[in-house]
Write a protein that binds this ligand. Structure first.
Ligand SMILES: [Zn+2]
Length: 433
């Protein structure tokens, strides 16, 4: 800070929370069958010296679509941990919850992703915004943060604009956090705040102001999921300016390190990258930045495991391949219905989608090559992959038929699930390979 001292508004450290390890990996598993295969990826990473804390996550929306309960996710995680003898920590994440939806998650979860995206852009009271800006004169002017060049230059008008956009969302996060605390005890859970499902990305100076407000709310935040620049489409690579992403990711890490010291936020606070699977072109820049700042990260994934189930079934051939083809046929029939709700997180060129008849004629090999995320393979089709990503409701409707096929072909499905997480995700992120 140029000339002024930053004083934590609350004057004390927030130290009642369940600590989260430095590197953690969110494992979404729509149908609840791949817990062991997912944990095996963490075990393989640990054998190479890369420790990821497994966090099984499932959103309220997913539970509703599939017809599952949060307690089922806890059972799955506990069973996987017991079966494989995992001795380190692991968690169960109530993903994207709000005040109206949190209650059934409270007992089985020990990680809560408080989603305040719906409140972003709705104004807090004028008095609240004025008070916030009055309370934080240190946010106004030239703010020198190590590794950020040039320093941020923030006017009072800018602080008020950001507060106007985010303060209500932060206050909502506080309400939800206190609700969980009352029911569960602050020391028994991890808090994440997510802002990723919104229209525009948050810039690093905005992140600083948001973290200041979250500290004011006394939320012992350990992960924050901003919306980053560029597109994080489901199950496919990052689409955007990698250089700009790298610059902002570095600045976000610098802002977080600064906010931890200045505002007494937990030292374990780190970024959470939602739709973090399959973003191969930014893993190297992320890894460079994490090493530079000695920072941790949380990578949240979900649909990538569901796609590996289809790949495994297709690879198994016979009735497995038949189910995979049937899911695609259903997906192409209802393409608009499935894609519309996900418009901001998929980019499908419909002219490049094969017809159901074409796919019906495919061999196991052809189906797998089109779907598996191997960008170097000439048959890889990101349009095909994204459509299947959003079409899991078809498998949910199949019910036992789908689940029984997963069980029957467990070996080949599990191998694909583990390899995808370990080879394509954990290795490049933590081992740089
Ligand atoms: Zn998210």
């Amino acid at each position: 800070m140029a000339g002024k001292d930053l004083v934590p508004s609350n004057g004390k450290l927030m130290n009642h929370f369940l600590p989260l390890g430095k590197f953690s990996f969110g494992l979404g598993d729509r149908f609840g069958q791949q817990g062991r295969a997912q944990l095996r990826a963490c075990i393989r990473a640990a054998e190479l010296g890369a420790h990821f804390v497994p966090v099984w996550n499932k959103s309220n929306r997913e539970h509703t679509f599939i017809g599952t309960e949060p307690s089922g996710l806890r059972s799955e995680a506990d069973a996987a941990v017991q079966a494989l003898g995992w001795k380190d920590s692991y968690h169960v994440d109530a993903d994207h919850i709000r005040l109206e939806t949190v209650d059934r998650f409270i007992a089985p979860s020990d990680f809560f992703t408080i989603d305040v995206a719906d409140s972003i852009g709705r104004s807090a009271s004028a008095a609240g915004i004025r008070e916030f800006s009055d309370r934080h004169p240190e946010l106004i002017g030239t703010i020198s943060i190590p590794h950020i060049e040039p320093p941020f230059a923030i006017t009072r008008i800018e602080v008020e604009r950001v507060a106007n956009k985010f303060l209500l969302a932060v206050q909502d996060a506080g309400k939800i956090y206190r609700h969980i605390t009352q029911a569960k005890g602050a020391e028994n859970f991890i808090t994440e705040v997510s802002m990723d499902e919104t229209d525009s990305p948050q810039t690093p100076p905005e992140l600083l102001i948001i973290l200041t407000a979250l500290a004011d709310e006394q939320i012992p935040l350990q992960t924050i999921a901003p919306k980053f620049t560029g597109r994080f489409n489901k199950g496919v690579d990052y689409a955007g300016d990698v250089k700009q992403f790298e610059k902002e990711f570095n600045e976000d890490l610098a802002v977080i390190a600064f906010a931890i010291k200045k505002y007494g936020l937990p030292p374990s606070l780190k970024l959470s990258v939602h739709s973090g699977s399959d973003k191969f072109s930014i893993y190297k820049p992320m890894r460079r930045a994490l090493l530079k700042f000695d920072a941790g990260v949380h990578i949240k994934t979900a649909g990538t495991t569901w796609l590996e189930e289809i790949i495994g079934l297709a690879e198994a051939g016979g009735d497995g391949l038949e189910i995979a083809k049937e899911i695609y046929a259903g997906a192409i029939r209802q393409v608009d219905e499935f894609c519309t709700p996900y418009a901001s997180v998929i980019e499908i060129d419909k002219t490049k989608l094969p017809s159901a008849a074409t796919v019906n004629g495919w061999s196991s090999q052809q189906f797998v090559s089109a779907l598996r995320h191997d960008q170097k393979h000439p048959a890889y089709n990101p349009n095909f992959r994204q459509l299947l990503h959003v079409s899991f409701k078809i498998a949910a409707k199949m019910g036992d038929r789908y689940l029984n096929a997963l069980k029957k072909h467990e070996a080949v499905v599990a191998k694909n699930v583990t390899e995808n997480l370990f080879e394509r995700h954990m290795k490049p992120l933590l081992l740089g390979k």
